[in-house]
Design a protein around this ligand. Structure first.
Ligand code: FMN
Length: 414
């Protein structure tokens, strides 16, 4: 019986423990979590979601306050198209965020950044270009393209001196998405260094419709693998979504995967950004407490714990301070949903918005409890404290459990 440690992922000159901790915005996969994954010889991710907001919290910068001051005149206005990100400030925040990770990195592993195309920021191309280029300037080891098809993303960075040296990968949920990406990117003369294949049990946004339950990760991976072999493409495949034990991971590695990407198990670690109160909610969740809904303004289905404060909350859109999901026309489907409810309930102080959520505000405040399907199994990965709460784990414990466990077992903490 094998364990994950019997395998290695080769990426260029690097030989890695084949465990990649997936990106979790907004600052759920923290710098601290990514550092642990790298120290232990695997790959960690930071996220590029709402970085100016994250640096304010981590480094006492005042990016959000300054942006709100600049656009305060527009707060009552339903049209948010004037609210723009200053690209120099976005670069400064990214430099701080990525630089703090790379300066502190120890060990043989790597730190990548998860870049979401759906983070459109009222100027999709310009802001994505700045986020990716600045991350490369700041020494990031790799960029994982997420939440979108990224048909033009390689072109946005092809002039960067590190374009051929930085590791570049993409997350796909179907062969079709991968084929489209490769076709569109081929003119840059560069293939991705790895492909994350994310199935329907993952956390965050899903690359499936509301019929997600009809899909299965192993089947999608096998289909992509067969096509890549036929095309003689030798790119490591990294399955993700519902890989809960070391043995689950070994199953994929024995079938030719280069590594696995995992996230849910790390949401209840000390290094993860979720506040402990929220982590206890993740531990307590039962299978019935978890749903896939369409509340995200991105248009992608998202998995959440049903009792989270974000669901149904009718907060006023906060785009002057945040505005990360404003599309190229400066609009967001939450704004429309909110305005509709305000018009339908004149004079009411607290309205409810049931069909969309203000994702920026709620992710910023850790009130949108997005999660993987197997969150309901987290309670079986730890011990109870005397007061009934669950013991928070260390990232090292979870990482090593994936690396060394056999027989479908999960090691409990000491
Ligand atoms: C709390 C949470 C937040 C996530 N946020 C993101 C994200 O911002 N971008 C992204 O590409 N994937 C995101 N994901 C997906 C993970 O990176 C990963 O691919 C997936 O959850 C792996 O499946 P597992 O959680 O069952 O291990 C998130 C997952 C979780 C659990």
């Amino acid at each position: 019986m094998k364990c994950v440690d019997d395998f290695r992922l080769r990426l260029g000159k690097h030989e890695l423990v084949p465990i990649m901790v997936g990106g979790m915005g907004v600052d759920i996969s923290t710098v601290a979590l990514s550092l642990e994954a790298a120290r232990l010889g695997g790959i960690g991710h930071i996220s590029d979601a709402m970085v100016p907001t994250v640096t304010d919290r981590r480094f006492n910068t005042k990016f959000v306050k300054d942006k709100l001051k600049q656009y305060k005149f527009n707060v009552e206005n339903a049209d948010k198209s004037v609210v723009k990100f200053d690209l120099d400030i976005l670069a400064e925040a990214t430099r701080l965020h990525v630089g703090s990770a790379m300066d502190a990195k120890k060990g043989d592993g790597l730190i990548f950044i998860n870049c979401m195309e759906k983070l459109t920021m009222n100027a999709p191309k310009e802001t994505l270009r700045v986020r990716m280029q600045t991350a490369m300037d700041a020494g990031i080891d790799g960029i994982t393209l997420a939440a979108g098809l990224h048909l033009g993303s390689f072109s946005l960075i092809e002039d960067h001196p590190r374009f051929r040296d930085v590791k570049l990968g993409i997350i796909v949920s179907s062969l079709r998405a991968l084929q489209l990406f490769l076709k569109k990117s081929s003119r840059t003369g560069r293939l991705p260094d790895y492909v994350v294949v994310e199935g329907p049990l993952a956390g965050g946004h899903l690359g499936f419709g509301m019929d997600w339950a009809q899909y299965d990760l192993a089947t999608i991976v096998a289909e992509i693998r067969a096509w890549m072999q036929a095309e003689q493409l030798d790119i490591p495949l990294i399955p993700a979504g519902g890989i809960f034990t070391g043995s689950d991971a070994v199953g994929f590695l024995e079938n030719g995967a280069g590594a696995v990407q995992v996230a849910t198990r790390f949401t209840v670690t000390r290094e993860c950004g979720l506040p402990e109160k929220v982590q206890q909610e993740y531990f307590k969740a039962t299978e019935d407490d978890i749903e896939v809904n369409q509340l995200s303004p991105t248009g992608y289905p998202m998995r959440m714990i049903k009792s989270c404060p974000a669901i149904g909350d009718g907060i006023r859109p906060n785009c002057e301070a945040y505005g990360y999901l404003l599309d190229a026309n400066g609009s967001c489907s939450y704004i429309q949903a909110y305005n509709r409810e305000v018009a339908a309930h004149p004079g009411e102080r607290r309205i409810k918005v049931m069909d969309k959520t203000c994702l920026c505000t709620h992710m910023r405040n850790f009130d949108c409890w997005t999660c993987g399907q197997y969150t309901y199994r987290l309670k079986d990965t730890t011990r109870r404290n005397e007061d009934g709460s669950y013991q928070i784990l260390s990232a090292e414990h979870v990482f090593k459990d994936y690396q060394f466990s056999k027989d479908g077992k999960v090691a409990l903490p000491d």
